[in-house]
Design a protein around this ligand. Structure first.
Ligand code: ADP
Ligand code: MG
Length: 309
């Protein structure tokens, strides 16, 4: 019996739409290989990811798993080796140099991993937020009101005239978020924005990202190590060895007792070739090795150890 003759054959989908046609961000089989001398590092090894407009997504994963690489590709500061990446109508593979400049200035905002790299030591917060708008030719009056509004919205209006050295780490990061938002991008990318901060300060920075998402309508993709942070977003995507491996979706429900609860459900990611990563603890529990048996049942696919029978 072929796998498709089973009970599910009647449910086969119609003609296939382009992968992620309705998503704002599409990464399709994305590959990035770094070449240093004779050594090749495959930072991304066929990563698939879809993010829809208005989402706030946390990316988690071990150090070296490719998180920063993914963000640099989406930010347009680096280009993929192979695969497809699209943000809104921008094709990140085939952008010209001029388009790339426009894309980086208007379509996305990036907050880099090291706080200091986001800021200019001799400029005040207001001057730093003003700068990208000046480069984009925004009139002075509009620049001034936008700068005031942005700093105010994330609680750092009092830092307007301060230079980075006169601000705390959390204030610096929130100013960096304002700089990234200055030209009204549709997407805000933040690479471990709370990585160098204590719990309270990291809550303030997370709040700033939340504000960008819920009040300004910006789609947010953030990398984080912090379970406190990833536990607060509706969707967490885990990257393992340059590929998306699993996702946790959270939704709040109200129980019979009227109490609000957040329900978290973990999903494995299946790529378009049908590959799924089976978590290590599952593999170990049933001693699943190189060869397993797949069985199609009415409402599930079972994976069983190869008993050699
Ligand atoms: P993460 O942010 O998840 O820690 P990165 O995306 O920074 O991971 O790195 C993924 C892999 O690519 C690592 O093995 C890293 O050493 C390598 N890498 C990242 N950037 C470069 C680069 N510019 N040149 C060579 N190798 C790199
Ligand atoms: Mg990183």
């Amino acid at each position: 019996m072929s796998l498709l003759d089973g009970p599910l054959s009647a449910r086969r989908a119609g003609p296939e739409q382009e992968f992620g046609h309705d998503a704002l961000i599409v990464c399709d089989n994305l590959v990035r290989i770094y070449q240093t001398g004779s050594i090749e590092v495959q930072a991304l090894q066929g990563l698939d990811l879809l993010v829809h407009e208005g989402e706030m997504v946390a990316i988690i994963g071990a150090s070296g798993s490719g998180k920063s690489t993914l963000l640099s590709l989406l930010a347009g500061t680096d280009a993929p080796t192979a695969g497809r990446a699209r943000v809104a109508s921008w094709d990140l593979m085939s952008m010209s140099r001029r388009e790339r400049v426009h894309y980086r200035r208007h379509a996305v905002g990036l907050v880099r991993q090291q706080t200091a790299r986001n800021l200019v030591p001799y400029l005040s917060a207001a001057q730093m937020v003003d700068l990208p708008m000046t480069l984009a030719g925004v009139p002075r009056r509009e620049r001034r009101s936008r700068t005031g509004e942005l700093l105010e919205s994330v609680g750092v209006a009092h830092c307007a005239r301060r230079r980075p050295a006169q601000m705390s780490g959390g204030e610096q990061m929130r100013v960096a978020i304002c700089v990234a938002l200055a030209n009204r991008p549709r997407v805000l990318l933040a690479d471990e924005p709370t990585g160098e901060l204590d719990t309270e300060t990291s809550g303030e920075v997370f709040g700033a990202l939340r504000t960008a998402n819920s009040q300004l309508g910006v789609t947010v993709v953030m990398v984080t190590h912090d379970p406190d942070v990833s536990g607060q977003v509706e969707r967490t995507v885990a990257i393992r060895a340059g590929r998306t491996s699993s996702e946790v979706l959270r939704r709040s429900t109200t129980g019979a007792d009227g109490e609000h609860r957040v329900v978290a459900e973990e999903y494995a990611i299946m790529d378009r070739a049908g590959r799924v990563q089976v978590p290590k603890d599952y593999r170990e529990a049933l001693a699943l090795t190189r060869r397993v048996r797949l069985a199609l049942e009415t409402d599930q696919v079972a994976i069983r150890p190869d008993t050699g029978a």
